[in-house]
Unconditional design. Structure first.
Length: 494
C-alpha cells in the first residue's frame, strides 16, 4: 500500500496539504509506509485488531440484539498535530474548562450570570443536566468538573473549533492509551524518531488529581472507581482505569453509608472510602436525592458529600454546562468570568428557542446539522445534506413542538485523515476529544486525545455507536526534528 494515488479531494487533510505534499512531521511516517513490502501494512492492521480482541478492548452497543459487544475499530494510520497547533489548543482548552467551572459554581450558588442576564435563566434552570439537590454545594477546592472531554473539529479553513463539551462522565481515554501501545509495537522506530509527546502518564495524573481532592485531613486517601456494572457500554474503560491506577472497581452494592461516612465492603470488613471517581449518571447516584427507583445508587451519599466526608469526581450537577443549548453561550461565559476572548471558537450555532433563528433553521433543514440538546452518541441528529425530505419534515415537527430541545449548526467540511480501505487509502472525516484533568492545584491537558473517525465513506458521524472508529493521535514536540535514515532502516522487518 502506498500513498501515491491518495487524493485529498478538496478537504483539509491532516497528513497532506492540497498539493499532496506531506505536512510537517508526517514525512517520516509516510516514507515508512510507502517503503513497506506488499501487504505488510494489512498484516500489521490485522495483528492490531487481534490484540484488541485478545485484550478484551470492547464496548457495548445498546439495542443491538445480535451482538451487543464489539471491538472498537482501529485504523493504523495516525493523525498528526503539529507542536505550534497544540500550543494554541492547550491554553484554549484550559481557558474553556476554567470558565465552565466558574459557571457551574455560580449557577448552583449566587447565580450572578443569570441575574446579569448574560444567559437566560429559564434556559439554564430548564436544562436536563440541572440538578436542584446541588444548589448550595461547595465541592473541594471549588472544582466541579475534574475530568472533561472536549470535542474539537477542524474545518475546511484549517482552524479548530469546539463542537461540544462533555463534563459528566466523558469516556474514551482508555482507547487513547491502548491505541498508543499498539502503535508503539507496530512502528516503534518511526514513533521514537518522530518525537511524539507521551500520553502514558494519564493514569498517574488521574490518580494524583483524585487524591488531591480528598477531604481535608486525610493523609492516605482511599480512591475507588464506581461503575454501573458489566452491562454498561464503557465497562472496559472503568475496569481498565481502575487497574491502571491500582484502585478498587466498585458497584453501588459494594458501598454503604455508616455513621455518615462512605464505606466499602471488603473481605476484611468495612473500609472507608475518601474519593469516588464515578462513572454513573447523577440520577442513579443516590435514591434519597435523585431517582427513588435507582437500584445502582448509595442511599445517603449526597448527604455525606455535602458534609465533606467524601469527594466525588465529577461533582453531581456538572451536566448543566454541557447542555447543547448552554454551549451556544460559552463564548459569553468565558468573557463574563475571565474577561478574555475565547482562544478556540465555537461552531456557529442557531438556537431554535429564538424565534428568528428557529425560522432560519426550519427554512434550511437541508443544509444544516440539527441536534437534540440532551442526546449524545450521534443519536437525535439530522445531517441535512444527507437526509431525505421525509426526515426533514419529521424534524420540522419536532422542532416546532419543542424548540428548546434543538440547536442547529452549519454542515462543516470536517478535516480528513487517510484510512485503510482494502488495498488502498481513502480519506475519512475525523474529530478530536482531548481529556482535561482539573485538580485543586492545576489543569492538565493530555497531549492529543481520542481521534474518532467516520469509517463510512462521506459520513460526518464519528461516534462508535454509529460505526465510527479511532486512530492514535500524535502531538509533535516543539523541539522534535527530522529523523535519521538509520531510524528508518532499523524499522525494516519489525
Amino acid at each position: 500500500m502506498k500513498f501515491d494515488d491518495y487524493k485529498t479531494e478538496g478537504f483539509y487533510d491532516e497528513l497532506f496539504d492540497s498539493q499532496g505534499i506531506p505536512r510537517p512531521g508526517a514525512d517520516l511516517l509516510i516514507e515508512r509506509i510507502n517503503a513497506l513490502p506488499e501487504a505488510e501494512l494489512q498484516r500489521r492492521q490485522k495483528a492490531a485488531e487481534s490484540s484488541l480482541l485478545n485484550l478484551g478492548i470492547t464496548f457495548n452497543v445498546y439495542g443491538n440484539e445480535s451482538q451487543t459487544e464489539k471491538i472498537f475499530p482501529f485504523d493504523m494510520v495516525p493523525r498528526i498535530i503539529q507542536a505550534k497547533e497544540w500550543q494554541i489548543l492547550e491554553p484554549g482548552l484550559k481557558q474553556r474548562i476554567k470558565a465552565l467551572n466558574c459557571f457551574i459554581d455560580d449557577v448552583y450558588n449566587d447565580q450572578k450570570i443569570l441575574k446579569d442576564k448574560i444567559i437566560p435563566a429559564d434556559l439554564v434552570l430548564s436544562a436536563d443536566g440541572f440538578r436542584k439537590p446541588c444548589i448550595g454545594l461547595k465541592p473541594p477546592g471549588g472544582v466541579w468538573c475534574h475530568i472533561t472531554g472536549t470535542d474539537l473539529v477542524r474545518g475546511g479553513d484549517g482552524e479548530f473549533y469546539v463542537l461540544e463539551d462533555n463534563l459528566r462522565c466523558p469516556s474514551g481515554v482508555s482507547y487513547v492509551l491502548e491505541n498508543r501501545l499498539l502503535m508503539k509495537r507496530t512502528f516503534p522506530m518511526v514513533f521514537d524518531a518522530c518525537s511524539v509527546q507521551p500520553v502514558n502518564e494519564y493514569p498517574n495524573r488521574l490518580l494524583d488529581m483524585l487524591q488531591e481532592i480528598a477531604p481535608q485531613g486525610v493523609r492516605s486517601p482511599v480512591v475507588v472507581v464506581w461503575t454501573p456494572g458489566i452491562y454498561n457500554s464503557a465497562y472496559f474503560e472503568h475496569s481498565f482505569l481502575a487497574q491502571q491506577m491500582g484502585v478498587p472497581l466498585v458497584e453501588g452494592s459494594d458501598l454503604l453509608i455508616h455513621r455518615g461516612e462512605v464505606m466499602m465492603r471488603t473481605t476484611k470488613g468495612l473500609e472507608r472510602v475518601d474519593v469516588i471517581y464515578r462513572r454513573i449518571d447523577d440520577d442513579f447516584m443516590d435514591p434519597k436525592s435523585f431517582r427513588a427507583d435507582s437500584l445502582l445508587g448509595v442511599p445517603g451519599l449526597m448527604e455525606a458529600y455535602r458534609q465533606g466526608k467524601v469527594a466525588l469526581a465529577n461533582a453531581p450537577g456538572t451536566g448543566v454546562a454541557d447542555d447543547k443549548a448552554v454551549y451556544a453561550y460559552v463564548p459569553d461565559i468565558i468573557r463574563y468570568y475571565l474577561d478574555e476572548d475565547p482562544i478556540i471558537r465555537n461552531v456557529e450555532t442557531f438556537a431554535c428557542w429564538r424565534e428568528d433563528e428557529c425560522r432560519y433553521v426550519l427554512e434550511n433543514l437541508d443544509k444544516l446539522v440539527v441536534k437534540a440538546v440532551n442526546e449524545s452518541g450521534g443519536y437525535g441528529m439530522l445531517v441535512g445534506p444527507h437526509s431525505t425530505k421525509e426526515e426533514q419534515r419529521e424534524f420540522a415537527k419536532r422542532i416546532k413542538a419543542s424548540p428548546r430541545t434543538y440547536i442547529a449548526q452549519p454542515t462543516l467540511d470536517l478535516s480528513r485523515v487517510p484510512v485503510m480501505v482494502e488495498n488502498h487509502f481513502e480519506g475519512r472525516h475525523v474529530d478530536l476529544r482531548p481529556y482535561i484533568l482539573y485538580s485543586n492545584k492545576e489543569i492538565y491537558v493530555m497531549p492529543g486525545g481520542l481521534t474518532r473517525v467516520a469509517l463510512k465513506k462521506g459520513s460526518l458521524v464519528v461516534n462508535s455507536s454509529q460505526g465510527g472508529g479511532s486512530k492514535d493521535t500524535w502531538v509533535m514536540n516543539a523541539e522534535g526534528g527530522p529523523a535519521s535514515e538509520l531510524s528508518v532502516q532499523k524499522e525494516e522487518g519489525l
